[in-house]
Structures are given as structure tokens and as C-alpha cells.
Write a protein that binds this ligand. Structure first.
Ligand SMILES: Cc1cc2nc3c(=O)[nH]c(=O)nc-3n(C[C@H](O)[C@H](O)[C@H](O)COP(=O)(O)OP(=O)(O)OC[C@H]3O[C@@H](n4cnc5c(N)ncnc54)[C@H](O)[C@@H]3O)c2cc1C
Length: 236
């Protein structure tokens, strides 16, 4: 379906949200993704289409995607996305994916994000805020620098403050420092018993953390992953 660009919000130096109105109603569940196609693109070998999680909630009027622009070697797709202006039309698919809340609202959840992998959690937490549904959720955000931690305002409205861990902090940073490993996750969130662990971010990071958690005795049914291909593992 066609979607018209309505808003551009620069979240940080490299992270930008693009909000669209769709030509027909797009039904989706918080946490799902769409495929985006830029029609007039003359793309490189990486092609004219990308998947993006909707960082908006179904309670919001516009459909929003939020992406990170690389410092170098940006794809033609991203260059084209960067040149879009309000009123431009693009193509998007229906929403899909099962990185969504479990039906059992009593299940305790841990949401772990690597960098821009935070997008599905922004959608889910905004939806829970707007529908006033309280769940037991711990949020753990990992990033390269504290400037890469985004959507703090949405998370601040819901439950406990997220745990933030930064691998290359600036001198004034007082929070957690380091890279995420399964051991570090357990140290930060406490013992993992029956919780369901959602992990979203660069593909290699999600795979490594899931493997590590399985080695620490978690059961596969406790793990839900959202893989973002095309980002290096250290782009957290
Ligand atoms: C289900 C799903 C949901 C997703 N949701 C989001 C989301 O919400 N937000 C988001 O930003 N992304 C999301 N992604 C990832 C997104 O689809 C893109 O893969 C990602 O944004 C990278 O975009 P890009 O390939 O245009 O690379 P760029 O962003 O332009 O580049 C990223 C980096 O990758 C390197 N790189 C990767 N592949 C190559 C290559 N073939 N040649 C040269 N360099 C390369 C570049 O050097 C650069 O540093 C999602 C993916 C999936 C599957």
C-alpha cells in the first residue's frame, strides 16, 4: 500500500523517525514490522527494500519507523530515505512478525535491546501506556554511548526505569559500563526463573546472547528474538 511521509523527527545525530499516513488502514500489533520499498531508487546490490519495525503504537495516528544512519558505507536505500521530504509517497507492506506481547498477561518479561533494536519496545511500551495495561516488565538497554539510548521518555512513563549499559561512555556517565553477555544480563536483571526474555538488535548480538542464556540453563521457550541484519555486531 502507499504511505505518505507526514513527519521527520531527528532523535539523535544518527537516529531518525519517519512517520507516515497509509492509503488504507494498516492493522498491526505492537512490536510487528513492515517492509518498505522506495520506488524511485536506483539501489546498490543491497536492493530497494528494507524491513523496519513500527516504533509507533497502534494507539497512534501515524505509522512510524525509526532507523539508524551509518557514519560510513551507508546503503543507497538509506541515502534515498534521507532525501525524502514531507508529502513524498513510498510503498509499505502489511505488518507481520511475532515479536509481540504474550497472550498471558501475568508472565514476567525482560526486554533487552541492542542499539536501534529498541524500536519494538517503544511500540509495545507506548501501547501498554496508552491502554493502561500493567505488566511485569524489566527493560535493559545496551548502546555504544549514552547518546545512542533513545525513547527514554516513553520508558520513563511505564514501570521501573530501564537499566542502561553503555560500552563507550563519556567521562560523566555514572551508569553501567560494558558490553552485554549472558552473565552480565543475569547480573543486571537478577535471577532468571520463569521470565520470558525478548532480545532485539543486530543479528550476531541476538544470536550470541540467546546461545549464552541457553548455556546458563534457560529453556528455548523462554527466548524470543528479533534480528536486525545489516548492522555490525558492535553497532549496539
Ligand atoms: C524484522 C526486522 C526489523 C527491523 N527493524 C529495524 C528498525 O526498526 N530499525 C532499523 O534501523 N533497522 C531495522 N531492521 C534492519 C533494516 O532492515 C536494515 O537491514 C538496517 O537498517 C541496515 O540498513 P542498510 O542495509 O540500508 O545499511 P546501512 O544502515 O546503510 O549500513 C549499516 C552498516 O552496515 C554495513 N553493511 C551492511 N551490509 C553491507 C554490505 N552488503 N555492504 C557494505 N556494507 C554493509 C555498512 O558498512 C554500515 O556501517 C530490521 C530488520 C528486520 C529483519
Amino acid at each position: 500500500m502507499k504511505a505518505r511521509l507526514e513527519r521527520i523527527d531527528k532523535i539523535t545525530d544518527g537516529v531518525v523517525s519517519f512517520s507516515f499516513s497509509a492509503s488504507k488502514i494498516l492493522q498491526y500489533t505492537a512490536g510487528q514490522f513492515i517492509e518498505m520499498y522506495l520506488p524511485d531508487n536506483t539501489p546498490d546490490s543491497r536492493g530497494p527494500k528494507r524491513w523496519f519495525t513500527l516504533s509507533s503504537s497502534p494507539t497512534e495516528d501515524l505509522l512510524t519507523i525509526t532507523t539508524k544512519f551509518a557514519d560510513k558505507n551507508s546503503s543507497d536505500f538509506k541515502h534515498h530515505l534521507h532525501t525524502l521530504v514531507i508529502g513524498d509517497e513510498i510503498e509499505i507492506s502489511e505488518a507481520m512478525g511475532d515479536f509481540v506481547l504474550p497472550k498471558d498477561a501475568t508472565l514476567p518479561l525482560i526486554f533487552i535491546a541492542g542499539g536501534i533494536g529498541v524500536t519494538p519496545y517503544r511500540s509495545i511500551i507506548k501501547w501498554l501506556n496508552d491502554t493502561k495495561e500493567l505488566r511485569d516488565i524489566k527493560v535493559l538497554l545496551a548502546a555504544n554511548t549514552e547518546q545512542d539510548i533513545v525513547f527514554a521518555d516513553t520508558f520513563a512513563e511505564y514501570g521501573d526505569k530501564p537499566i542502561e549499559i553503555v560500552s563507550s561512555p563519556s567521562p560523566g556517565w555514572n551508569g553501567e559500563v560494558g558490553r552485554l553477555t549472558a552473565e552480565r544480563i543475569i547480573e543486571l536483571v537478577g535471577p532468571i526463573t520463569n521470565q520470558r526474555i525478548y532480545i532485539s538488535g543486530p543479528e550476531q548480538m541476538v544470536e550470541a546472547l540467546q546461545k549464552g542464556l541457553l548455556e546458563h540453563g534457560l529453556h528455548e521457550s523462554q527466548l524470543v528474538g528479533d534480528f536486525f541484519p545489516g548492522y555490525p555486531a558492535d553497532l549496539t
